[in-house]
Ligand binder design. Structure first.
Ligand code: FUB
Length: 443
């Protein structure tokens, strides 16, 4: 029989407090370097690479030293989000708070600052965040803000038939942006006769990234099982990416707070030839699950990162030691020749050092008129004297080239439409290094 989930928040919090006290986050099994990569409470990590730095945005990340501190500080304090950044994927520094609910009119009195995600377009940064089962979007000019509320109201309002949490934005190669969200409804649905147990939805975003085109498309739903909430149908934390023409939808089934492996968080995935599905469940789920010998329990709510110009991928996820004091881990994600995701193995070593030695930027904000767009690159000292030339691309198409001494490029008469721009430096040895992409619209 399926285990049922408890949504009695008061009891759950009391239990969590007791467990947190019993199990210290300084467990000797978790070392000073490697995993976890952030030394304090950071759940639901969303990772992005912007320029030559990696960023992590997470549930309460950087705001509280531990789950226990968060629970004790919560009352009367403004909730919000901090960011962390890294130049090498392995060593992370706090960027401090980037958004506080006290600065968001409609969220002033809210808690549950959960599971954010970030997207970049036309030099602006769009920060999607949860606040009490609503999703807002804040806009900033840099990956660490300052951010201001983009709409003056939630992008996704509170609703009774699903939990409006866990936003995920995926921008396809043609510039179409998709917004995924949703999870199992909370305790407020108990006894109200609403049968939908899990509900993941998707909507198409306009290029402004703060409004929708078209109606909601529910992509996956499951029904409440006769014996209550079926833990393995409890699906949330969606994450979408594309590799070699295949779309991957990943998510976390189970109970994020459980340390019982029959119902604890895991990561599953499905594939499709469209970002709107239909999705084919992978035969090798779960691809990420607990690893008890190193005290990794309930790994999930992850994101992925690809090192530009390579097929090297990493999974950024949270896990705990049975105490729900969730911490952020980064481990390798590899693919079999048929495109299936191989088992992701949690480690304490964590990720290797991966610098991004070339940064592409455009000073002006878009959308651009296309007459002339100034693309600039910055080369790291380690490759500067070694670079022969720098090539510039829109998607797979080369749009220009420059010599190493002047690694910039003036793009004249850029065609209208969406462009995913990258720069690639060619070294004396023939090796190449590729920048993080920039998403731009030319009108
Ligand atoms: O951290 C708060 C919630 O826990 C997230 O929104 C869920 O996905 C789960 O990880």
């Amino acid at each position: 029989m399926a285990a049922s989930l408890s949504f009695n928040c008061g009891t759950q919090i009391a239990e969590l407090k007791a467990k947190t006290l019993m199990s210290s986050p300084n467990n000797p099994n978790w070392g000073e370097s490697g995993n976890p990569v952030i030394p304090i409470y950071a759940a639901d990590p969303h990772t992005e690479l912007f320029g030559d730095r990696y960023y992590i945005y997470a549930t309460h990340a950087g705001m509280y030293s531990s789950k226990q501190a968060f629970q004790e500080k919560a009352e009367g304090e403004s909730h919000g989000f901090a960011a962390w950044s890294s130049s090498d994927l392995r060593h992370w520094q706090s960027e401090g708070p980037i958004l506080r609910f006290s600065d968001v009119d409609w969220a002033k009195d809210f808690g549950d600052a959960w599971a954010p995600c970030m997207a970049e377009r036309n030099g602006r940064y769009y920060f999607y965040f949860c606040a009490n089962s609503r999703i807002g979007v804040a806009v900033g000019d840099s990956p660490i803000g300052p951010f201001h509320d983009g709409l003056g109201e939630p992008l996704i309002p509170f609703r009774e038939d699903m939990s409006s949490i866990d936003p995920m934005v995926f921008i396809d190669d043609d510039g179409q942006a998709y917004f995924y969200w949703g999870a199992v409804p909370g305790a407020w649905l108990e006894g109200k006769g609403i049968d939908i147990c899990m509900h993941l939805s998707v909507r198409v975003l306009n290029p402004d990234m703060i409004s929708f085109a078209g109606e909601e498309i529910p992509t996956i739903t499951t029904q409440k099982s006769p014996d209550g909430w079926h833990s393995l149908d409890h699906i949330e934390a969606s994450h979408v990416f594309k590799r070699q023409g295949i779309y991957y939808l990943m998510w976390s089934p189970g109970d994020f707070a459980s340390d019982d492996d029959t119902r604890a968080y895991q990561v599953h995935y499905a594939t499709s030839n469209s970002p709107l599905g239909p999705w084919k469940l992978a035969p090798n789920n779960p691809v990420l699950s607990s690893r008890r010998d190193i005290s990794v329990v309930g790994p999930g709510h992850h994101s992925t990162i690809q090192i530009p110009g390579t097929d090297e991928w990493f999974c950024v996820y949270h896990c705990h030691k049975g105490d729900v004091d969730r911490r952020t881990f980064i481990d390798r994600m590899t693919f079999a020749p048929d495109g299936s995701i191989e088992k992701i193995i949690p480690t304490l070593e964590g990720p290797p050092v991966r610098h991004i030695p070339i940064e592409l930027s455009i000073t002006e904000k878009g959308p651009y008129n296309g007459t002339s767009i100034s693309l600039k690159t910055r080369l790291a000292d380690e490759i500067k004297t070694d670079v022969q030339s720098v090539e510039f691309f829109s998607g797979p198409n080369k749009i220009g080239e420059s010599l190493a001494g002047t690694p910039n490029f003036e793009w004249q008469d850029a065609p209208s439409g969406f462009h995913r721009l990258t720069a690639r430096a060619i070294l004396q040895s023939g090796e190449t290094v590729t920048s993080a992409p920039l998403n731009i619209d030319v009108i």
